[in-house]
Design a protein around this ligand. Sequence first.
Ligand SMILES: *[C@@H]1O[C@H](CO)[C@@H](O)[C@H](O)[C@H]1NC(C)=O
Ligand SMILES: *[C@@H]1O[C@H](CO)[C@@H](O)[C@H](O)[C@H]1NC(C)=O
Ligand SMILES: *[C@@H]1O[C@H](CO)[C@@H](O)[C@H](O)[C@H]1NC(C)=O
Ligand SMILES: *[C@@H]1O[C@H](CO)[C@@H](O)[C@H](O)[C@H]1NC(C)=O
Ligand SMILES: *[C@@H]1O[C@H](CO)[C@@H](O)[C@H](O)[C@H]1NC(C)=O
Ligand SMILES: *[C@@H]1O[C@H](CO)[C@@H](O)[C@H](O)[C@H]1NC(C)=O
Ligand SMILES: *[C@@H]1O[C@H](CO)[C@@H](O)[C@H](O)[C@H]1NC(C)=O
Ligand SMILES: *[C@@H]1O[C@H](CO)[C@@H](O)[C@H](O)[C@H]1NC(C)=O
Ligand SMILES: *[C@@H]1O[C@H](CO)[C@@H](O)[C@H](O)[C@H]1NC(C)=O
Length: 630
Amino acid sequence: MKFCFIRQRITVLYVIVLLLPLAVSDLDGDKQALLNFANAVPHGRKLNWTSATPICSSWVGITCSQDGTRVISLRLPASGLVGSIPNNTLGQLDALRTLSLRSNLLSGNLPSDITSLPSLQYLFVQHNNFSGDIPSSLSPQLDILDLSFNSFTGSIPLALQNLTRLITLSLQNNSLSGPLPNLTLPSLRHLNLSYNHFNGSIPSSLQMFPNTSFLGNLALCGEPLNSCLPITPPPAPSSVLPPPEGSHKQSPKRKLPLWAIIAIAVGGSLLLFLLILVVCLCCLKRKKSDDGSVLKGKSSVGGRSEKPKQEFGSGVQEPDRNKLTFFEGTSYNFDLEDLLRASAEVLGKGSFGTAYKAVLEESTTVVVKRLKEVIVGKKEFEQQMEIIGRLGQHAHLVPLRAYYYSKDEKLLVNDYFSNGSLSTLLHGSRTTERIPLDWETRVKITIGAARGIAHIHHAGGAKFAHGNIKSSNLLINQDMDSCVSDFGIAPLMNFPAPPPRYPGYRAPELVQTRKHTHKSDVYSFGVLLLEMLTGKQPMQSPGREEMVDLPKWVQSVVREEWTAEVFDVELLKIQNIEEEMVQMLQIAMACVTKVPDIRPSMDDVVRMIEEVSQRNSDTRPSSEDNNPIT
Ligand SMILES: *[C@@H]1O[C@H](CO)[C@@H](O)[C@H](O)[C@H]1NC(C)=O
Ligand SMILES: *[C@@H]1O[C@H](CO)[C@@H](O)[C@H](O)[C@H]1NC(C)=O
Ligand SMILES: *[C@@H]1O[C@H](CO)[C@@H](O)[C@H](O)[C@H]1NC(C)=O
Ligand SMILES: *[C@@H]1O[C@H](CO)[C@@H](O)[C@H](O)[C@H]1NC(C)=O
Ligand SMILES: *[C@@H]1O[C@H](CO)[C@@H](O)[C@H](O)[C@H]1NC(C)=O
Ligand SMILES: *[C@@H]1O[C@H](CO)[C@@H](O)[C@H](O)[C@H]1NC(C)=O
Ligand SMILES: *[C@@H]1O[C@H](CO)[C@@H](O)[C@H](O)[C@H]1NC(C)=O
Ligand SMILES: *[C@@H]1O[C@H](CO)[C@@H](O)[C@H](O)[C@H]1NC(C)=O
Ligand SMILES: *[C@@H]1O[C@H](CO)[C@@H](O)[C@H](O)[C@H]1NC(C)=O
């Protein structure tokens, strides 16, 4: 017995001793494979890969695993690589997860030792001139396979059926042919087979994709394209392939007898009439309730606000009626009296109070914020207002125009932004639907916000933090640029108790310290980035249930491997931004690190985001003239 134990221990020791040098030699192996690749494939842009320099830290395009023992990602997009890739070069990088060689001039076969790398998750080789068959040995880990815009021939390999994790399959603009296999891939969300030479009918498992997934295949038919001719096509060449189906079943079903068409038409117009009636009635009702929301009366909209009798001027004392303090450079010329007479509408209730949209008589529109639970005295309040007013003179900050302070009432006056906030753009609001927000705009908004917050940290000094960064405080101007609002208010207020399970944007250390810092701002900004990437809300908004602890959720999905599943479905529809999204995700994850000292500074964040968007916007083919950097 005892003997056995000892033997076991010795074996364990042996294994550890054996593994240690192995890890090092793996990295050497990766290095040699990469050097072989660089020697064999001519490249327009110089690769600074030399055997003397450390591969993980100074070779362009390389990312290593966290412990620095293996190369896990190789990205050389638009690097002028020419010619074919020999076997036994990149195919030796057997810890590789991401390979991007898109937009080069590579040709010849795509070596199957690359596509079958056991950990490979993301393969981007679009916009090259690879030819020959698609390799039939494919890594079962593949999430994204993009072979589009090449010269591949042959049919779709059946091995694809084994890729249960596959999310994106892009094969458009090749010369592939043959019938489409009945692929049942549970994770597949984005499919493009357009502009090839496929023939036969579209199998039932792929019919839920839009017709733009199948364009330009002249001999392809069936849902969602034109229905197949009732002539039965000849059976597919291979017996392994599922026979083309749907052709003779579907077309008879589509022909309806005349009476049915008439019935449908009559029914349809009746329904339409009813619908119009309902809409009209709603409009009438709505108009009535709008009339009632003049400030003098009640400021409730749609009967939703909790205290319908509320108006923002109720705490203003009679002798004070002209004590609105304006900041320099403000062109507004109304007084408090005018403001109180304005028609007002509740915009939203935040943690610091309620915001109203006030339309003054000469059709000036401003936002009035009514702060609740201010705990500082007049002097301190005024000093803070001075700082806020001074800081606000920046392209990405919402300037404070005026304020009012009395014992019972504290008001702030800001400009009104008709485009709403990042929150309304991403999630819609009570009155507006969510509109799909493209990647360039998201990046532009994010960069603007980061610059605004960095300015606050710079110009406000070490003790001045924003304190309330969230998507509803990121207002969007006419140019779809973002302006940060509500900064510097937090220290004036009673510190609200955090909701127990959902911290929202709030950094974990705030539970103890109760003091907003630059680093807690960075955390909040990280959550905001995650919100932009995932389309998910980190905080409850009225009438919506969907809410998660975003950093936790993303960590649980991503774990060690970056998965496309975390991203907003709207973003997954856009081509060629996967790398950028993953890089943004990495920045966000750095910001939401638990330990404040490890988080990057806001200046670092600005620099990193600018790098990601710059690096990719000169290689991304679809955005030549829409550079988000200003
Ligand atoms: C190679 O280029 C990358 C990026 O351009 C740079 O970060 C790295 O320091 C360079 N390495 C050497 C050895 O010059
Ligand atoms: C690479 O390997 C494949 C399969 O092993 C083989 O068919 C092909 O000829 C090889 N290519 C070269 C250039 O050696
Ligand atoms: C791509 O490769 C094919 C041969 O495989 C060749 O005929 C064609 O000219 C190449 N196209 C370009 C743009 O280089
Ligand atoms: C799918 O995987 C299984 C097991 O790994 C294998 O036996 C089978 O041949 C694969 N199917 C295809 C079509 O490659
Ligand atoms: C893809 O193929 C279609 C049809 O041949 C063509 O109109 C389109 O320009 C191609 N796209 C590219 C980038 O080659
Ligand atoms: C598809 O095209 C191939 C030849 O390119 C032909 O053999 C086959 O019969 C065609 N299949 C259908 C369903 O038309
Ligand atoms: C194709 O797959 C679907 C399941 O996604 C199945 O219901 C259907 O019967 C299959 N069709 C053929 C022809 O195998
Ligand atoms: C694709 O479908 C849309 C509507 O869903 C239709 O307007 C369009 O004409 C269709 N295009 C083709 C090529 O069938
Ligand atoms: C597929 O690619 C073609 C050609 O590039 C494009 O026109 C089409 O919109 C794409 N379809 C989808 C669903 O992305």
